[in-house]
Design a protein around this ligand. Structure first.
Ligand code: BES
Ligand code: MN
Ligand code: ZN
Length: 501
């Protein structure tokens, strides 16, 4: 979808979208259209429930007096409550409606609003960003898509009194959206297409935007002693890979210590010898969403030339049960030297992250590490699909993540860590085992396991098992399927707290 910015001018065709504030307050463009259509807008509003509340929409189709196909009235609530997320979901909601009715072109008018805390440029940019994020589709494998299912909207023009300001505010947002889309594409792809080596190839393409890329194969990881990660990939025909991306955007004189992001990239999780039941197993193609997020985040940061040094590391493995697969009861030696009894081969994400987290902080001495992983079914039981679980050894980092999550509407909920949970993963035969006590506190014991590989580095773990894939499309910015969750959250964390201004 093409998005451009322009001054306010009523088009001759297609749809025009105008904003209505609560208690049916029409802006200047809506009033003008109401006049041209002989009062059609005010009559339409008077007939029903539409009050201009946030999220409400009312379409006036083929109005007399103008050549337009449709005037779409969109509620934005009270002027004083208007904020960036509301403008973003306004944009996303508009796209959903127009694709449903089959519109091809639309003008979205953002009039100045009295008493609104945001500039028109900021509002217009946010609406465009929401439209862009919400308009994403992954339909490359539909060769016979029904006409009725195809998204139609090819371009939108976002109109306001400060189009230049809007374009300037939009340009970094567009780069972030490109990162989100990179993640969504990677996560949407099936396991036969995206496996460790093909994802590594995608990572290599990021060198074109200034990211230093290094890929390690199994031989190098064996030299480094990454027995925990390698054990997981052992039952797969596909070679495991470690992807390392470095973006050096910190200006001279600014803090050069990097921030660091780590992703679980299990490109398919059968469970291994502790095999999963057949029902729903296809979902485990998105078990690389943590890695997908880190890759898209690096693309976003480099794309908008973030003034920070950032490192992304992704452990890419496929968890399969062949004749060489690791067995329950096997003991592996991690890069840290700590030994692990593998009780359940389906608790593989933590085994992958153990070596990547260890490598990350010993090699790069980062300011902090944040890992993302579709780690446990238990977090879905705890928090559902509305927020990710946050486990953190540092209150400042935790609070910053919570704030960033609120700002971009990708919320996180802090969960506990503690000695008693930690004891649950002690093993009789090795330093630790890879599961706790049955189903008790499954997400916490998984986090405790990771914590044994981070030493005292400020570290946060985001369990995104419930957030990576959306079965419904009820969030205007997130179509059904791969959500790209985490890119906007961590981009915002960097922007608000760690970047040179
Ligand atoms: N990838 C799964 C977790 C998962 C579940 C992700 C649902 C997305 C949606 C993970 O590798 C796993 O299998 N975890 C086990 C751990 C258990 C064996 C201790 C689980 O949650 O059942
Ligand atoms: Mn598993
Ligand atoms: Zn998994």
């Amino acid at each position: 979808m093409k998005i451009d910015f322009a001054g306010i001018a009523i088009p001759n065709q297609g749809t025009i979208v105008v904003v209505v504030l609560e208690e049916r307050v029409l802006g200047p463009t809506a009033q003008l259209l109401d006049g041209k259509t002989g009062g059609a807008l005010s009559r339409a509003i008077a007939t029903g429930r539409f009050k201009g509340k946030k999220g409400q929409q009312l379409a006036v189709v083929a109005p007399a007096g103008v050549t337009l196909d449709r005037i779409l009235l969109c509620g934005l609530g009270k002027a004083s409550d208007v904020d960036v997320p509301k403008c973003e979901s306004l944009g996303g909601g508009i796209i959903a409606t127009l694709n449903k009715v089959g519109e091809r072109a639309a003008a979205i008018v953002i009039d100045p609003i009295e008493g609104c805390p945001l500039s028109v440029a900021r509002m217009a940019a946010a609406a465009a960003y929401g439209a862009n994020l919400g308009g994403y589709r992954f339909d490359k494998y539909h060769t016979k898509q029904k006409e009725d299912d195809k998204p139609t909207l090819a371009e939108i023009s976002v109109m306001c009194t400060d189009p230049q300001g809007a374009r300037a505010a939009y340009s970094p947002l567009e780069k972030i959206a490109e990162g989100v889309f990179f993640t969504r594409d990677l996560v949407s792809e099936p396991g036969n297409v995206k496996y460790p080596e093909t994802i590594a190839a995608d990572i290599r393409t990021l060198s074109a935007i200034g990211i230093d890329v290094e890929i390690m194969g199994e031989a190098r990881m064996r030299e480094l002693g990454m027995g925990s990660l390698l054990g997981v990939g052992q039952g797969s025909e596909r070679e495991s890979q470690l992807g390392i991306m470095r973006w050096n955007g910190a200006p001279e004189g600014f803090d050069q210590q990097p921030v660091c992001f780590v992703g679980k990239g299990v490109t398919f999780d059968t469970g291994g010898i502790s095999i999963k039941p057949a029902a729903g197993m296809e979902e485990m193609k998105y078990d690389m969403a943590g890695a997908g997020c880190v890759i898209g985040l690096m693309k976003a940061l480099a794309g908008r030339k973030a003034k920070v040094n950032a490192i992304g590391l992704v452990g890419l493995v496929e968890n399969m049960p062949d004749g060489n697969a690791q067995r329950p009861g096997d003991v592996v030696i991690s890069m840290s030297g700590q030994t692990i009894e593998v009780i359940n081969t389906d608790a593989e994400g933590r085994l992958v992250l153990a070596d990547v987290l260890w490598y990350a902080h010993t090699k790069f001495k980062p300011k902090f590490m944040v890992d993302l992983a579709t780690l446990t079914g238990a977090i879905v039981v705890s928090l559902g699909t509305y927020q990710a679980g946050l486990f953190c050894n540092n209150d400042e980092l935790a609070n910053r993540l919570i704030a960033a999550g609120k700002a971009v509407d990708e919320p996180v909920w802090r969960m506990p860590l503690g000695d008693k949970y930690d004891k649950d993963i002690n093993s009789d035969i090795a330093d630790m085992k890879n599961v706790g006590k049955g189903r008790e506190a499954g997400s916490v014991t998984a986090a405790q396991f990771l914590q044994r590989f981070v030493n005292d580095v400020p570290w946060a773990h985001l369990d995104i098992a419930g957030m990576a894939w959306m079965k419904s499309g009820d969030n205007a910015l997130v179509p059904k399927g791969a959500s790209g969750y985490g890119v906007r959250l961590l981009e915002r964390l960097v922007q608000d707290f760690y970047e040179a201004k």
